[in-house]
Write a new protein. Structure first.
Length: 307
């Protein structure tokens, strides 16, 4: 028996095609072996249009057809694509799957049934039905590494992975470049694809004398958004200074009152001398470089003890 006598070919182009065995009925396992031997696998149905097409073009068969879905670890799975059946893609007949015999782990499709045509039903895998196969049009070279080859009826399309777009998925989604950063904020970025694009990764730190609020690491997502806002740097605060008795002070505040790099000069009233440093500065550790001085009065003599 030749291959062409054994099979009935629905249509043949250099694309996704459907095929079925017409000589005898097979168990689900044998049906899959048959499909894998001559074609790609038992059919994996991706949308309602495919179901309608199959129901229109396949001949009616009293025992119906096996399709490539199987319960694996209690999850209905497309065996050819190794993808779990999603809720949106389910096409079960009324009150199915019911697992009535506790071992209904394989699925048939009702072709040209008088009611619920094209719907699915779970069945024991040992039952015999016709094998419904497909030959994939997607090849390793069909799409580039930025896309997934998706089968369609009589053709295929390259669906861009998240983060890429364009006819050939040649474009990469961009994120903003942050604009002008705080003067104390230091940034280091790695761009695996393009500057400030999907998968770019930036790390931040603040210069000495500043503390950072926000995330240290940001990543450009496929949505074109960063994982968080740019972190901010705030100058470290030193303990506020007290006005010395009989004296005063004046300060230059670069980053805020009594913050890092604030410089203060002390002065005593007339008739008093400074006891201590005249100038102090708020350091990167949050400590002043010198303690607050005191003002000591002039002309005060220490009384000598009497003889």
């Amino acid at each position: 028996v030749t291959r062409w006598m054994w099979l009935r070919l629905l249509f043949h182009v250099d694309a996704w095609t459907y095929h079925y065995g017409a000589e005898s009925d097979l168990t689900w396992k044998d049906a899959r072996t048959f499909c894998q031997t001559w074609y790609t696998d038992l059919v994996a149905i991706q949308n309602k249009e495919e179901i309608a097409y199959l129901n229109d073009n396949l001949p009616k068969h009293s025992k119906y057809y096996w399709i490539g879905i199987r319960k694996i670890n209690n999850i209905w799975t497309w065996v050819g694509t190794r993808k779990a059946l999603t809720k949106e893609a389910e096409n079960w007949a009324y009150r199915e799957p019911n697992n009535r015999l506790s071992n209904q782990d394989c699925v048939e499709i009702y072709i040209k049934r008088d009611f619920e045509a094209g719907k699915w039903n779970d069945e024991p895998c040992g039952k015999k039905k016709r094998a419904l196969c497909y030959k994939a049009s997607c090849q390793p070279s069909s799409c580039n590494k930025r896309s997934e080859c998706m089968e369609t009826i009589g053709n295929y399309t390259c669906q861009c992975y998240p983060g890429f777009y364009g006819p050939l998925c040649e474009n990469v989604v961009k994120c903003n470049t942050f604009g002008r950063l705080h003067q104390a904020l230091l940034m280091n970025c790695i761009h695996p694809l393009e500057q400030f694009s999907y998968r770019s990764h930036c790390s931040f730190r603040c210069d000495k004398g500043f503390t950072m609020t926000g995330l240290v690491n940001l990543q450009c997502l496929s949505s074109g958004q960063w994982t968080a806002e740019v972190p901010q740097c705030a100058a470290i605060l030193c303990q506020p200074l007290n006005i010395p008795v009989n004296g005063n002070f004046s300060c230059i505040h670069i980053h805020g009152e009594f913050h890092y790099q604030s410089s203060c000069n002390f002065k005593c009233k007339e008739g008093f001398l400074i006891n201590g440093a005249k100038t102090t500065m708020c350091g990167a550790s949050g400590e002043w470089t010198a303690s607050e001085p005191t003002c000591q009065g002039l002309g005060k003599k220490t009384k000598k003890p009497s003889d």
